[in-house]
Each structure stands twice: as C-alpha cells, then as structure tokens.
Design a protein around this ligand. Structure first.
Ligand SMILES: Nc1ncnc2c1ncn2[C@@H]1O[C@H](COP(=O)(O)OP(=O)(O)OP(=O)(O)O)[C@@H](O)[C@H]1O
Length: 233
C-alpha cells in the first residue's frame, strides 16, 4: 500500500491518496498540471516526509530498499557515457544479480536483438523509450512509474508496449500519459486526474471514463462513441 498524505509544495496542493497493493494507476492532466512533479514525489526524487509504503515512511528506508521499492522512468532518456551499449545499459539496470540469459530474454521480448551492441546515445527516441521499458522490467521494482513512456512510439510498438504494461511483466505500475486512447484501454488501472496542482479525481477507470467526466476534464473535446474515444478537433 502506497500512501501520500497531505503533500504540498509550490506546485502540488494538499495531495492525498492511497494506492492499494496490486493496484495500478494512470496519472492524467493537462500540460503543467504537476504530473511529473507528483511522480518525483512518489519516487522520493523530491524529498518529503509524507510518503508511506505499508505504513512505513519511505524516507526511513535505505537507498537500496528504496530502489527495490520504486523505480521512476523519466520522459527523457539520458546516459552518462556516450559509448555505453544497449546490453551494458541493461546489465547496469539490474539492481540484483541477473544472468545474461535473463537480459537476452528481455532483449528478445522487445525485439532489440539487432540493437544490443549499439551505443545507447545513437538510438532513436522511440528506441530509447523501449530501452527504458526493458530496463524497468530488469530492475523489477515493486512500483514502476513511467513518465510519458509511449510518446515516441509507432502504432505497432505502442500495441506491443500496451501488451507488456497490461500483463504481469512488471509488478505495480503508475503511468503518466497524454495518450487518452492508451489510458482508456488500460481498463484495470485506477485514474488520478490533476488540474493546476490539485487532485480533482481519484477513483476507478469505469468511473473516470464517462462522457460527463470527459466533458468536465477535457472541455467537451473528447467524445465517447461506441466504446471508443474520439477527439473533436
Ligand atoms: N523545478 C521547478 N522550478 C520551477 N517550476 C517548476 C519546476 N518543475 C516544474 N515546474 C513548473 O511546475 C508546473 C508543473 O510541472 P510538471 O512537469 O510537474 O507538469 P506536467 O503535468 O508533468 O506537465 P507536462 O504534461 O507538460 O509534462 C509547470 O508549470 C512547471 O513549469
């Protein structure tokens, strides 16, 4: 159980919610609403005393336990070494010993065989996102937070990533996305909607994706037609 209690900073306003064990979460909201800031609070990259896992203050955990517990995957991929290869990067992603066979199986899951010896810095933006997903699977944290993981993926890749996120490759997932179709398809996820740093909605997927709520949160520009979302431009 992950709990944030009355968290405030200059962006987020008195945010409280509880994510039960095994629940996954979508964080939605417009540009600048505070989604990435919330993700950084939840992963303790922004220090706070308001975050608890199974009632224990996360601040009290040592860095290894925190790394096992929560992994934040940022929207922008950065490597410290221009000559680090994909395989080497994935090996470094394992915080507990994993053999090369396990790493190779994740490489084939993401169809990365032809790229395994490429330098990470040379990958396309979509390939970098897939590499971050592979890294997250190997890291195998209790909770993985993806900040706009799918922004640069083509449709086939998006479908593959959907399959992975909609299955049990990862334990608990928190996903920030602007892709409403993608969010709508992740039916088992709870939804948290932020507006100007305020938590406006935190409840089930079913309760969020009603025409009434879409009108309210997206200024009547999204229509729910025959179980599909249509953007009314
Ligand atoms: N370190 C900082 N210093 C000052 N302002 C910041 C800082 N980090 C974020 N902000 C501001 O806080 C607001 C929320 O930023 P945040 O990145 O959390 O939004 P977001 O919901 O993730 O947006 P987007 O969907 O555009 O990625 C923005 O207006 C941003 O400019």
């Amino acid at each position: 159980m992950l709990e944030l209690k009355n968290y405030n900073n200059f962006i987020l306003k008195d945010i409280s919610f509880v994510l039960e064990e095994k629940e996954n979460l979508l964080i939605l909201g417009e540009n600048g609403a505070g989604k990435s800031t919330l993700a950084k609070v939840l992963s303790n990259l922004i220090d706070s005393s308001n975050l608890f896992f199974r009632k224990q203050n996360i601040k009290e955990l040592d860095s290894f336990k925190r790394a096992k517990l929560i992994n934040y995957i940022p929207s922008r991929f950065e490597v410290f070494d221009d000559y680090l290869t994909v395989f080497e990067f994935l090996k470094l992603s394992c915080i507990e010993e994993k053999n090369n066979k396990e790493i190779k199986s994740i490489i084939s899951l993401l169809k990365f065989e032809d790229l395994k010896d490429s330098y990470c810095s040379n990958l396309s933006s979509g390939e970098q996102q897939l590499l971050q997903l592979a890294s997250a699977i190997l890291h195998d944290a209790q909770i993985t937070i993806f900040d706009e993981l799918t922004a640069n993926l083509d449709l086939n890749r998006l479908k593959e990533v959907f399959g992975i996120l909609n299955s049990n490759f990862l334990k608990q997932k928190i996903i920030i996305t602007h892709n409403l179709d993608f969010a709508y398809a992740l039916k088992d996820f709870k939804v948290l909607f932020l507006e100007k740093g305020n938590l406006k909605f935190f409840d089930s997927h079913d309760k969020f994706f009603t025409q009434e709520n879409l009108n309210k949160y997206y200024n009547e520009s999204v229509k729910l037609i025959n179980s599909h979302l249509v953007l009314d431009l």
